[in-house]
Design a protein around this ligand. Structure first.
Ligand SMILES: [Zn+2]
Length: 334
């Protein structure tokens, strides 16, 4: 079968590999869409998270944001029929076919027939956004700031808007991504290329005894850090800036994966009473809710799909997803 195989940093190749064999109770999907995830990109750039790929003889097959059609089963399986349109959890979906092992068949989720396979393949990143949004639990009169308008940040915006009347500010350095945030209902945009966050939000970039005594320091109830700091990043990290702009007793939810550790003023966390939370992945319940939100049309994921490629274009697809200025979600549609 066709596959995009990861051999090492910056080296993803289109190859023919053996199709998976089915054991009793397994299900075989024909992959119809598979997105390139931020974690796949960290693997592509630096070799991080290689364990998230499915090992094969020559390398690893990445890809865990997928949807597909059931084309074979290992014997009859109650509730599973050939032709079912589904999404699920698993890895190795940058390929033509994917085996769902028996123990995960219960997590095959129907996607209905109103949405595209590509939209359904964004269930996993939406679950990641939902988990982050759930950690902060936005209330109607709050102001939330999403830094980084990639698919995770935009998904957080969608989750907050679907569940509350909180105001959402979105900051990014790509015009295209900011325009997308506006389209999805952001109340205010900050282009951090022209205005640094702390200036735009009057958070006070210089942390001093005087600013500490000012009860109004910071205006934001919750900051979501969906940008982090890459190894090529200049200047202070989003997390450092978040500490300045979040209000007293506010929350910071870190979803981004840092490729290097930022310098933090820990006393700022203490003196402002900040709740600093890491957000990693999602619960099974959140995955199912994300799938429902998409299937029922309560959250529209179509605007987030920026590019589609065949597996033959594997390396072009990864290079495209790297270009944050233009790409939001790059999909393989084998
Ligand atoms: Zn992912």
């Amino acid at each position: 079968m066709k596959a995009a195989v990861f051999h090492g940093p910056q080296d993803v190749r289109f190859e023919e590999i053996d199709a998976p064999a089915l054991a009793d109770g397994d299900v075989l999907l024909r992959v119809k869409a598979c997105g390139i995830c931020g974690s796949d990109l960290h693997t592509y750039k630096h070799g991080m998270f290689q364990q998230l790929g499915n090992p094969i003889e020559q390398g690893r097959v990445l890809g865990h944001e997928f949807s597909g059609e059931v084309i074979a089963t290992g014997g009859p399986i109650p509730g599973v029929n050939l032709g079912d349109r589904v999404t699920s959890i698993g890895v190795g979906a940058n390929a033509e076919y994917l085996r769902i092992p028996k123990e995960r068949v219960a997590m095959l989720l129907p996607i209905g027939d109103k949405i595209s396979y590509a939209e359904a393949a964004t269930t996993e990143p939406l679950a990641t956004s939902l988990h982050a949004a759930n950690l902060a639990n936005a209330q109607d009169n709050e102001i939330h700031l999403v830094v980084g308008a990639g698919i995770i940040g935009l998904g957080i915006l969608q989750c907050i808007k679907a569940s509350s009347n909180a105001q959402v500010i979105v900051a990014d350095l790509s015009e295209k991504r900011l325009a997308k945030a506006a389209e999805l209902g952001a109340d205010r945009l900050i282009d951090v290329r022209s205005t640094p966050l702390v200036e735009a939000l009057d958070g006070g970039s210089n942390f001093s005894e005087e600013t500490l005594l000012d009860a109004n320091i910071g205006t934001i109830d919750t900051v979501y850090d969906c940008a982090g700091m890459s190894k090529h990043f200049q200047g202070s990290s989003v997390l450092e800036q978040a500490l300045a702009v979040v209000k007293e007793n506010g929350k910071i939810v870190v979803v981004a994966v840092y490729e290097q550790s930022p310098n933090l003023d820990y006393n700022q966390i203490v003196r402002k009473g900040i709740q600093l939370m890491g957000s990693w992945a999602w619960s099974m319940e959140e995955f199912k809710i994300a799938a429902d939100l998409i299937r029922k049309g309560e959250i529209d994921r179509q605007p987030l799909i920026s590019h589609e490629f065949s597996l033959e274009q594997a390396s072009e697809a990864y290079e495209t997803q790297l270009r944050a200025e233009t790409a939001i979600k790059v999909m393989f549609t084998p």
